[in-house]
Write a protein that binds this ligand. Structure first.
Ligand code: GLN
Length: 446
């Protein structure tokens, strides 16, 4: 039998089933996210009526939504481990998401809250489990695994790039509920893709049984060693960095989205660019810069200047934070001229994306290296929880703009990120020593 028969581009065919399923899931997620705050703040009397909420209330709901959508990954992962297995959990997630997005298409307040509830549960079942399935496609030590995750991350951003362009356009220009329906249609395609692809996923994501092996039970009983304890401490600190990062970054779908709509001159050759299209910019930059940035780190590694994950994550926070200074400039320009240039947003998103590429993929593999085996799932769950709490904090920061003004909020975020990361930099050597060689050969040469 030809072993390459079940491969495409040197990777298991199952990877491309997961790629397209996640691409459509993110299509529905980012399509809906692009519309969410704008739909909430649009007056009820306009041609495309929204709910007429205040900016503060809209950003508060945005924060709660982001928090719950990622925190739900914790029970989602737990139920998969204990009862369903990842594959069935992803199918359940697909069904909940299709329902959620379709309910949002109904024009009623009850439908809005019910739809959001279904989406939160659906993402909780789908997102962590489909990511685990990617890892499960490769045996331990298979050198293709990292590449597999990179391909998967591209799928995420392909969905994130296309969605605001199509769903955003339909939602803003034709009607919010048509946009929500379109996001639902994308999720239907995602679900069909996953069901169709079952034959390529036979050996991955299956339920492993309730009873733990003798070996596993022993490992729970055993107390953590000094090395493991140190690693957990460093890991928890890295979660604080993750929290700060998303608290700042997630202004994208909130305050920056509203800013793009209300205060940015979006005229291009006499045509007004839909505000939601700016939600595509982050994913577009990722598709363009993802590989070159991974190449820079790889080149440094070859030159013997490998950087630690913490180093990269702190650089990520600083670069992303600095991006907010472009938004400070945008607010200053708006105060002076009652309109601000869209190039500020383009530069801000460029910096945010470079920051994300330094932090997000790195943090995931860092957890797998540092977490003691018995806490591996818990640590992964905590990581998503911190991402979710970051989203809540992002909503609160956005809300505070109605009190303190956009300039102060954007500038405050930039200063905080730089000072916060700068302070942790002072302890970088000590912190890396506390990881006790979990990331081999790291020297952090400048
Ligand atoms: N953009 C990535 C995704 O959608 C990461 C999002 C996050 O961790 N907040 O999967």
């Amino acid at each position: 039998m030809n072993p390459k028969k079940d491969e495409i581009f040197g990777h298991p065919k199952g990877l491309f089933i997961l790629f397209f399923t996640e691409m459509w899931e993110r299509f529905s997620f980012y399509g809906m996210r692009a519309l969410l705050t704008l739909y909430l703040v649009h007056a009820t009397t306009t041609a495309n009526p929204g709910l007429g909420w205040s900016e503060k209330d809209a950003l508060s709901l945005y924060g709660w939504y982001l928090m719950l959508v990622y925190v739900s990954g914790m029970p989602g992962g737990y139920i998969a481990d204990k009862f369903l297995g990842q594959k069935k959990s992803v199918i359940l997630g697909c069904i909940l998401l299709v329902f959620g997005h379709c309910i949002l298409a109904v024009e009623h307040l009850w439908a809005f809250y019910t739809g959001i509830g279904f989406i939160i549960a659906g993402v909780g079942f789908l997102k962590p489990n489909i990511s685990t399935m990617v890892g499960g496609l490769y045996r331990n030590g298979d050198v293709r695994r990292d590449k597999g995750f990179t391909i998967f991350y591209m799928g995420i951003n392909l969905g994130g790039f296309i969605a605001p362009l199509i769903v955003g356009y339909v939602g803003e220009k034709i009607g919010w509920h048509y946009g929500f329906a379109l996001a639902g249609l994308g999720m239907v395609v995602g679900m069909i893709t996953f069901l169709y692809g079952q034959k390529y996923l036979k050996n991955v994501g299956n339920f492993l049984g309730k009873s733990k092996s003798q070996e596993d039970q022993e490992a729970f009983k055993r107390p953590l060693t000094k090395v493991e304890k140190d690693r957990v401490v460093v890991l928890l600190l890295s979660f604080c960095i993750v929290f700060v990062f998303w608290a700042a970054f997630e202004q994208a779908g909130g305050l920056m989205n509203i800013y793009a709509e209300q205060k940015t001159n979006r005229n291009l050759f006499g045509w007004t660019i839909p505000a939601t299209w700016f939600q595509s910019v982050n994913s577009m930059y990722i598709l363009l810069l993802g590989l070159p940035i991974a190449g820079i780190w790889a080149k440094r590694k070859l030159q013997g200047k490998q950087s630690s994950a913490l180093f990269k994550m702190l650089v990520g926070v600083i670069v992303m934070g600095t991006g907010f200074l472009f938004m400070s400039a945008a607010s200053k320009q708006y105060d002076a001229q009652h309109s601000s240039s869209m190039s500020w947003l383009m530069f801000a998103y460029l910096f945010h994306t470079v920051g994300e590429l330094c932090l997000s993929p790195v943090a995931l593999s860092y957890i797998t290296k540092l977490a003691p085996a018995k806490y591996a799932s818990l640590m992964m769950g905590l990581f998503w929880t911190m991402t979710g709490l970051g989203g809540k904090a992002a909503g609160l920061l956005g809300e505070s703009a109605s009190k303190y003004g956009e300039f102060n909020v954007f500038t405050g975020i930039a200063i905080f990120c730089v000072v916060f990361a700068g302070l942790i930099f002072l302890f970088l050597k000590k912190l890396n020593a506390m990881s006790h060689g979990a990331e081999d050969d790291v020297v952090d040469s400048a």
